[in-house]
Design a protein around this ligand. Sequence first.
Ligand code: G3H
Ligand code: 13P
Ligand code: NA
Ligand code: ZN
Length: 328
Amino acid sequence: ALISMRQLLDHAAEHGYGVPAFNVNNLEQMRAIMEAADRTDSPVIVQASAGARKYAGAPFLRHLILAAVEEFPHIPVVMHQDHGTSPAVCQRSIQLGFSSVMMDGSLGEDGKTPTSYDYNVDVTRRTVEMAHACGVSVEGELGCLGSLETGMAGEEDGIGAEGKLDMEQLLTDPEEAADFVKATGVDALAIAIGTSHGAYKFTRPPTGDTLSIQRIKEIHARIPDTHLVMHGSSSVPQEWLEVINAHGGEIPETYGVPVEEIIEGIKHGVRKVNIDTDLRLASTGAVRRFLAENPSEFDPRKFLKETVSAMRELCIARYEAFGTAGNA
Ligand code: G3H
Ligand code: 13P
Ligand code: NA
Ligand code: ZN
């Protein structure tokens, strides 16, 4: 059944688990996520970005998610709009039947320019008024996502601040977060604590301090009833980089957020964990390997099936690691 984000994250908070929010753009991702949830008895958050809407079209995405609900009626599903850049964008998603929207007012409508605190409060509060009237949940964002190592937001083509960010911007301020939640009424808050979007988060192997767990604790202590969201939470599996590079790919050395650090975050109030890049890496690896090993195959179902199982295994691993499994 389709449920709101609030319903799901309240349950997650009560039982101390986190929920991966996987981005969905096509049938194969949708199948992988649902099969993994089915096997592990996990509730699901699927989210559609502006890029996904541009690729597949909002009606196709909507029906893909509704088809998942129809085929897996025993799995609770949140249909979430990722990184809305204006109240108007969120309004269209609410009209389409999304049960949750993100109003990312930390950046302007271009998805690149950091905004003022007052602007962020204004667009987020307006979105909450509209969404709550329809039973739809709202995620806001305060702070600028960016790697604590590189100071960069990551994503070249998607959502992210341009240029190098300073320490002040890279960590959400706990007092400001408390103010923001009070002024806007958001159900969930995305915070900046060292993650960034995309595959190029860190240039060196992680040593256990990728995230500012300290900052997560401080924010959670200040707003214990607000569900915290971690964007940019892909772990960039080294095994998949090896598979890609062994079969014609050229991805330079790079590292993501270790699963163990995400688990630490979940202990301190993180409830929604956004993952997109890891599914992209797994499916690219699966396609490259299959086509390299089966050069005469040309039926796309053959290699797309490989992407489904690669992504499904990754989703299962995250559902188990985050404690989502068993909570559907
Ligand atoms: O917010 C970033 C997500 O990874 C979505 O990226 O806009 O390329 O679909 P996208
Ligand atoms: P990754 O690029 O780390 O997968 O993050 C995805 C995300 O935050 C989508 O909103
Ligand atoms: Na931001
Ligand atoms: Zn994001």
